[in-house]
Design a protein around this ligand. Structure first.
Ligand code: UDX
Length: 445
């Protein structure tokens, strides 16, 4: 099918590449000329495993193209996706200015029936707003052209985006138009391995589904972090508790890993936005507010432990950091717990030496050159001259380190394990102090 996608961010680019891979003719539109020129040459603006080869292959094969010209792109698509950003505005609500600007552009150039598909995570009721925005512009043009607006939220995870997109566990389509649903059925037919993965519903339910999914996952994490904090105080090990509860299929093992708090472009923003949506409809979503509050505090846990370890005297210390990205397999630093830790350490007068396999450049871009931040090329380089080590992101490269080497390199051998990656006994047997999240012994010391 002929597909147009507005926005070449995470969602737009991955969706475009995957739809091209499935045999569609895809045109991606972006206002950023440098980005579009780069994409044409195979320069991928984000780090996402498996994305580069499919972008390059499909571009070379003529299945995937990039442009800054909305008119030709709108003329191309039977399906026009909106996958532009919805950043939080000052009060935490999702800002629709980019989405509605694209809607008006579609209204200006549409010349036959098309299905407009909302991929961005948007407040409930946005499909109606997009429909109204297009209709208004069409009226101004005196053009009696029909179109439908569909809500088709994206559930991909950074780091697994290509895989998630090519093998979705569900495809949520919100539309009351059979004609539009028919087009999406055709588009997604190749993704329906073994059974029909498409769940068709009304627009508002589809919009809420996206928020509900992310809020549920964020709730699981904050819940587990709460249990971890209790475990620490009562002398229990949350890692054993996690296994003990995960074995119940009603609870499950996924997303119950305690840690340094959730980050990324979705959970923090979406939990907040859903809370605002509820408030705008006169409902006080107390649980969501607490999920957010618990996460906010959790991001200070590692710093609090380090501070306690040094009896409050952090000034002049050098802390080695392993991991900067908000999670492994991405260079994304948005809302990353590492940022809160780094900033708290700086405020307390400490220096940071950090290593991350992919996020060094992004970290440099955010903080610039400073004397109290050294970004290292190799994991062990970060330990040179450092007092202690804090692990913030659970990259595979950090799974089984040489604890003897870590001990020898650190001035005051201690590991602050923000992801409970290590066995406390193994670390302690190697002669290092171990601090984890919610592991009773951390507090006992
Ligand atoms: C998330 C959703 O998973 C995805 O479906 C949605 O489309 C976008 O938001 P993403 O932000 O890429 O995806 O990351 P995810 O893997 O979900 O992790 C989010 C954060 O939660 C990370 O900071 C991660 O470290 C943290 N996390 C995750 C935990 O702290 N504990 C867990 O058990 C799981």
């Amino acid at each position: 099918m002929k597909v147009t996608i507005f926005g070449t961010g995470y969602v737009g680019l991955v969706t475009g590449a995957c739809l091209a891979e499935m045999g569609n003719h895809v045109v991606c539109v972006d206002i950023d000329e440098a980005k579009v020129e780069g994409l044409k040459k195979g320069v991928i603006p984000i780090y996402e495993p498996g994305l580069e080869p499919i972008v390059k292959r499909n571009h070379a094969a003529g299945q995937l193209d990039f442009t800054t010209d909305p008119a030709s792109a709108i003329a191309h698509g039977e399906l026009i996706f909106i996958a532009v950003g919805t950043p939080p505005d000052e009060d935490g609500s999702a800002d629709l200015k980019y989405v509605l600007a694209v809607a008006r552009t579609i209204g200006q150039h549409l010349d036959r029936y098309a299905v407009v598909v909302n991929k961005s995570t948007v407040p409930v009721g946005t499909a109606d707003k997009v429909r109204d925005a297009i209709t208004e512009v069409l009226k101004g043009r005196d053009a009696g052209i029909e179109f439908d607006v569909v809500s088709n939220p994206e559930f991909l995870k950074e780091g697994d985006a290509v895989e998630d997109c090519l093998r979705p566990d569900r495809i949520v389509v919100g539309s009351s138009s059979e004609r539009a649903v028919g087009r999406l059925r055709k588009l997604y037919a190749p993704f329906n391995r073994n059974h029909d993965r498409m769940v068709v519903m009304d627009e508002r339910s589809a919009e809420l589904t996206k928020y509900a999914a992310n809020a549920m996952l964020a709730t699981k994490i904050s819940f587990m972090n709460e249990i971890a904090n209790i475990a620490e105080r009562v002398g229990a090990d949350v890692e054993l508790v996690r296994q003990g509860i995960g074995s119940d299929p009603r609870i499950g093992y996924h997303f119950i890993y305690p840690g340094a708090g959730y980050g990324g472009s979705c959970f923090p923003k979406d939990v907040q936005a859903l809370e605002r949506i509820a408030r705008a409809h006169d409902y006080d979503a107390r649980l969501l507010a607490m999920v957010e509050a618990v996460n906010h505090t959790q991001k200070t846990r590692l710093f609090a432990q380090i501070q306690r370890h040094f009896n409050g005297n952090i000034a002049g210390k050098t802390i080695a950091l392993w991991g900067l990205a908000f999670k492994p397999n991405t260079d994304d630093m948005r809302e990353a717990p590492s940022r809160r830790l780094i900033e708290a350490l700086w405020d307390a007068g400490a220096k940071v030496r950090a290593y991350d396999p992919e996020a060094r450049e992004e970290t440099q871009r955010i903080y610039g050159e400073r004397a109290d931040l050294v970004l290292c090329e190799k994991p062990y380089e970060a330990l040179d001259g450092a007092d202690v080590l804090a692990l913030v992101t659970e990259w595979k490269a950090f799974r089984s380190p040489d604890f003897g080497r870590i001990k020898a390199a650190l001035k005051e051998p201690a590991i602050f394990d923000g992801r409970n990656l290590y066995d406390p006994q193994v670390v302690e047997d190697a002669g290092l102090a171990y601090y984890g999240i919610g592991r009773g012994r951390s507090l006992q010391r």
